[in-house]
Design a binder for this molecule. Structure first.
Ligand code: PGA
Length: 223
């Protein structure tokens, strides 16, 4: 529990984020630390399944993810849009088109994240929803591995826009304008309703609420 020692709040913030949060969560932690310099931060970065496990086992108090699980009693705070884009190698002919139909994806070699990834589930759901054949050429365990493999021409992939540089061609990839993309998702800050949160966690929630919360009206269905 947080205590004031010599006027400084002390304690530990235990938080986990799914893989793509590593591209932006440092800024949140830095803002938080500026106001609460005595609090130590423990951040775990894992895929969705692992983050759900941490929440289930009380190994963390807060999590940042796009697909909060239904089976836990969770409070959710929508914080930022999380567009999921389709990427190919930077010289891919589709990158020069203005729009392509979904059918172009039927049977195309795709690179997928590992089982347990929410991005993988969302990609599978897209193909299933439109009756497209999902041809998995390779499964890779990180966003960086996916980007490098896409750049090398191994296949196409779906990734969060937050995993890309402002200029994706710097990573050797291009966003492909296929109908239905970007898939619209949101980042949510989540915590268990049935637990008493530490002061460190409560301070983090109010910090994020003040700086990054999306209006509830901007909300949309979470898969
Ligand atoms: P993941 O993240 O693909 O790293 O699991 C997406 C999510 O589930 O929020």
């Amino acid at each position: 529990e947080l205590q004031a020692v010599h006027g400084l709040e002390r304690g530990t913030l235990k938080i986990a984020g799914v893989t793509t949060t590593e591209y932006f969560i440092a800024q949140w932690l830095s803002d938080y630390t500026a106001d609460h310099p005595g609090i130590e931060i423990e951040l775990a970065v894992e895929n969705r399944d692992a983050v759900v496990r941490y929440l289930t086992n009380d190994e963390i108090e807060l999590a940042v993810m796009m697909m909060p699980p239904q089976q836990l009693p969770l409070e959710t705070l929508p914080v930022m849009q999380n567009p999921l884009v389709l990427i190919g190698p930077k010289d891919h002919p589709w990158s020069k088109k203005s729009r392509l139909t979904r059918q172009v994806l039927d049977g195309v070699p795709m690179l997928m994240r590992e089982k347990g990834s929410g991005t993988r589930l969302t990609t599978q759901a897209y193909f299933k929803q439109y009756g497209l054949d999902l041809n998995v050429r390779a499964t890779l365990g990180s966003n960086e591995a996916i980007k490098h493999a896409v750049a090398a021409g191994l296949g196409l992939a779906v990734v969060s826009l937050h995993a890309l540089a402002a200029d994706p061609t710097k990573d050797g990839v291009a966003i492909l304008p296929v109908t239905g993309f970007p898939i619209k998702r949101q980042w949510q800050l989540v915590w268990r309703k049935d637990r008493r949160l530490s002061l460190a966690a409560r301070r983090f929630i109010s910090d994020v609420r003040g700086r990054y919360q999306l209006s509830r009206s901007a909300n949309h269905t979470i898969a």
